[in-house]
Design a protein around this ligand. Structure first.
Ligand code: PEP
Ligand code: MG
Length: 907
């Protein structure tokens, strides 16, 4: 990174950074700097850059300059604060917190209260006038340090803490019941645990504490759970984390202290208001961990009106400054408010759409920016069905609607079972009292997550929202017993492991059994059954309508549908398709028509073959008439037959058995015998690389001619009926221009015949798929004979990688994903560097030959958000995808076009 080369600077004071330096300072560090510069009350501190982390991760050692730089910044901090780190009579204490470019909640390490030691604990007690507080802070340091820096099993500390509470007579349920003496004894216990487990004493030198904690944060970048989270969220593995060293402020100094989290708007609905949780007399992590129950943020007004009012003002400042929903962590130390963190907050899909339009209305952002505040994955999520409102399932609980969606699955009570069951195809709901980062695998494997404790900002809620998973949390009336693998609801209803439950992440309701689902209002809107302009229009639908309008206004890419029947074509048109980009004609050869194809394959003579083709012709023609009518006035790309013919014949094993059995009964069927012969003849070891696509057209006389005739006659029919048919004939699996030329000549003859016979001028265009590497490499030549290219990125990915598209995803892709060879299947998102490079060069070569060459894509990637951006960049004219993905493609095409005007990334 240039900053490092220019300045060789590994440490930045909070006063030196700003919000745009996330790459270098991480999200937390950049935003702490931004808040500092806004004049907000941020405890002073400094940030060690991601560059330092990268050096450490690459070489196993901190950069040599780091120690001196840290010393200089620490000196400055000590001067500013008027006390030294760990100073015995009045210690400066610091927190050491991780903070990567993208937030990874709970994934990496944090150590608080660095600087406390056997000596300075007394100084802290004297300064705070509170023995209990000092010992509590010290035991927290040893606990966090022991666990995260020295690798001691955290359970051992928890057990010792529980034991101390039990020793108080069992009545103690909260750590607040432990007094100074109890905590002092606990510190001894904790130190003994460290000495035994880590084989060394807890370090008494404050600087050593700090240096070791910084190193531990660097190392936490590469824990298994952090890696898993990054893969899920598609965060690159080489970014590294920054480390924030921040002077401590305390929320656990008595009832006039506390800590909380807040949102400037409701992250579930987008509505403005006071949203958040507050925990009196508690320190930092207690809120997020959901360990003790919080009060709503609004209650702070009654507890400390001055801090509350100041917080409200700061929240307004932040929203106006960031022009977006912000989430905030704050601490009040004896009536003084401190801001510990802010960032552009995660939100539900529905809230993202609403907030984007609300901010446009407030004049804070423009339409182009609004498009960057939502994405196709969120829109896809909004198109999921919801639970039916009049379903009569038994409601057994009602928690907090933490992350929307309707999830049904079998109850499981631990991550291990969630993963195991889901691998065997079961849908599961993970039920826990609360979750922690160790539950991540289970959360990924589940349809939804249900917890009995914790609020909207608990680990379960934050992580589920990030993943787009349904989550209900804090359903307190449900008693979760993970040891016995069961949950008890009011009235004694018991849900055992394996029982079906349904959870509604939009309302927070929990049901026993399977609740039926209904379509989402967003789909109803796209279907035209719900109107965005109606008086009682759903707020979300209205927001989606507006955002889609912005996208449609700016996008350059057109969006077509992959559809081969009138029903799909009609839906596609309602969803905004601007034509059909791929009609796979093989789908028209199935069902009862399969027999006609069999006859074609078995034909021994020209007459037999012509008869079979003659029988197929009117059927094909009728199909096309219907399709051209649905898409009247819009282009319809009809692809000639592509799959190997054996796909239309019976399975070789089944047929062999049938023939063998019949022969043993001496009543073998003549047709079956011929079929078996044909199946053997057509059998291929690698059918995907065999007789398919254009090759069929070249070796089966009359096949493509029949299809072209059906298209031309259907077009003539529509013309005569005053329609406006716009067919485009597409040849699959071309590898060389010669193949295309032969088929083209034949097609032109047929078209001329039909035009003459019907007296119409059809203006049919003829083009090809580019789905083989050779086609892409010789695209300049192929463009001589093609009026359009449509990239078949399914086959192109298959052939460029040498991956069988039918096998690899199920066989070894999981291993590839786990090893990080790629973050996402190349069949899902276009591989920019390999397949994408071929697409790009083929576009350039094709257009060099034929400047007006129309370019599109009809592989699965046409509906994939990231891929749509790529296709925009390389200059395609359109993407084509399945009808349900059309809105997503429209939105992403708009986002891609607007990206140059605006830019943000709220991962
Ligand atoms: C492709 O290969 O990308 C394509 C659209 O064709 P099919 O999936 O039918 O092979
Ligand atoms: Mg293909």
């Amino acid at each position: 990174m240039s900053e490092r080369n220019v300045t060789s600077k590994f440490v930045y004071d909070f006063t030196e950074g700003n919000k745009d330096l996330k790459d270098l300072l991480g999200g937390k560090g950049a935003n702490l700097a931004e808040m500092t510069n806004l004049g907000l009350p941020v405890p002073p501190g400094f940030t060690i850059t991601t560059e330092a982390c990268k050096v450490y991760l690459d070489s196993g050692a901190e950069p040599s300059e780091l120690r001196d730089e840290v010393s200089a910044h620490l000196d400055a901090l000590e001067q500013h604060m008027g006390k030294r780190l760990g100073q015995p009579d009045d210690p400066l204490l610091v927190s050491v917190r991780s903070g990567a470019k993208f937030s990874m909640p709970g994934m990496m390490d944090t150590v608080l209260n660095i600087g406390l030691s056997d000596e300075s604990v007394a100084g802290l007690a004297a300064q705070a006038g509170d023995e209990r507080f000092a010992w509590d802070s010290y035991r927290r340091l040893i606990q966090m340090f022991g666990k995260t820096v020295l690798g001691v099993d955290g359970e051992l500390f928890e057990e010792a803490l529980d034991e101390a509470k039990r020793a108080k007579g069992g009545a103690a349920t909260s750590d607040l019941d432990l007094g100074a003496e109890d905590l002092r004894a606990l510190v001894d216990d904790f130190k003994a645990i460290v000495a035994k487990q880590a084989g060394r004493d807890f370090p008494q030198d404050p600087r050593e504490q700090m240096d070791l904690a910084v190193r531990a944060v660097f190392e936490s970048w590469n824990t298994d759970r952090a890696k898993l989270y990054r893969r899920q969220e598609r965060i690159p593995g080489d970014l590294g984390t920054a480390v924030n060293v921040c002077s401590m402020v305390f929320g656990n100094l008595g009832p006039d202290s506390g800590t909380g989290v807040a949102f400037t708007r409701d992250p579930a609905s987008g509505h403005q208001g006071v949203y958040g949780d507050y925990l009196q007399n508690a320190q930092g992590e207690d809120v997020v961990a959901g360990i003790r129950n919080t009060v709503p943020l609004a209650d702070l007004e009654g507890l400390d009106a001055a801090s509350y009012n100041q917080l409200m003002q700061i929240m307004e400042t932040l929203e106006t400054h960031y022009k977006d929903l912000c989430d905030i962590e704050f601490t009040i130390e004896r009536g003084k408010l401190w801001m510990l963190q802010t960032r552009v907050g995660k939100r539900t899909a529905a809230a993202a759409f609403r907030i984007a339009t609300q901010l446009v209305d407030q004049g804070l952002i423009d339409e182009a920016e609004a498009l960057q505040r939502v994405n196709g994955a969120q829109l896809a999520q909004l198109m999921f069905p919801r639970f039916s409102e009049d379903a009569r399932s038994e409601r057994i609980g009602w928690g907090i609607a933490a992350s929307p969606g309707a999830a049904v699955g079998k109850a499981v009570f631990d991550s291990y079972t969630a993963v195991k069951w889901s691998r065997s195809g079961e849908k599961v709901i993970l039920i826990r009292r609360e979750t922690n980062p160790d539950d991540l695998d289970g959360m990924i494997a589940s349809e939804g997550i249900l917890t009995s404790r914790g609020g909207k900002t608990s680990h379960a809620a934050v992580v589920a929202r990030g993943m787009g998973k349904t989550c209900v949390c804090g359903a307190e009336e449900l008693e979760v017993d993970t040891k016995r693998r069961r949950m008890t609801a009011p009235g004694g209803i018991v849900v055992e492991e394996g029982d079906l439950v349904s959870i509604d992440g939009s309302t927070g309701k929990v049901y026993l059994g399977e609740v039926p689902v209904v379509p989402s209002p967003v789909v109803e809107y796209f279907e035209g059954r719900m109107h965005a302009g109606a008086d009682d229009a759903d707020e979300l639908v209205a927001a989606v309508h507006r955002i889609m309008a912005y996208a449609d206004r700016v996008r350059r890419l057109r969006v077509r549908a992959n559809a081969d029947n009138a029903e799909d074509a009609n839906r596609a048109r309602r969803f905004g398709a601007q034509g059909i980009g791929l009609c796979r004609t093989e789908h028209m050869f199935l069902g009862e028509r399969r027999e006609l194809v069999e006859r074609l394959i078995l034909a021994d003579t020209d007459t037999e073959r012509d008869e079979a083709l003659g029988a197929l012709l009117p059927l094909q023609k009728a199909d096309f008439i219907e399709l051209f009518e649905s898409m009247d006035g819009l282009p319809v790309t009809v692809r000639l037959l592509d799959p190997p013919l054996h796909e239309f014949l019976p399975d070789i094993t089944e047929l062999s058995v049938r023939v063998a059995l019949a022969e043993s009964r001496r009543d073998a069927n003549e047709n079956d015998l011929r079929l078996l012969q044909a199946v053997h003849k057509l059998h291929e070891q690698n059918p995907m690389l065999g007789l398919r696509g254009v090759r069929l057209g070249l070796v089966i006389p009359g096949l493509f001619a029949m299809q072209v005739r059906a298209i031309a006659e259907a077009a003539a029919h529509r013309k005569n009926a005053k329609g406006d048919p716009r067919p485009e004939i597409m040849i699959p699996l071309v590898g060389t221009v010669q193949e295309l030329e032969i088929v083209r000549d034949e097609a032109e003859t047929v078209i001329a015949e039909v035009q003459a016979a019907t007296g119409t001028d059809l203006k049919l265009t003829l083009g090809t798929m580019i789905e083989l590497p050779r086609a892409a490499l010789t695209a300049g030549q192929i463009a001589e004979a093609a009026e359009f290219f449509s990239f078949g990125t399914n086959d192109l990915t298959q052939t460029v990688w040498g991956f069988s598209r039918d096998d690899v995803e199920a066989s070894f892709f999981t291993a590839y994903l786990e090893k990080g060879i790629f973050g996402v299947s190349p069949f899902e998102t276009i591989d920019r560097d390999g397949v994408g490079a071929l697409v790009r060069s083929a576009c350039e070569a094709g257009r060099a030959t034929r400047p007006g060459l129309k370019l599109g894509v009809c592989g699965e990637h046409g509906g994939d958000p990231e891929s749509v951006h790529f296709f925009h960049e390389v200059g395609l004219d359109y993407v084509s995808c399945s009808p349900f993905r059309i809105p997503v493609a429209r939105l992403e095409a708009g986002r891609a076009a607007a990206l140059n005007k605006a830019g943000s990334d709220s991962r």
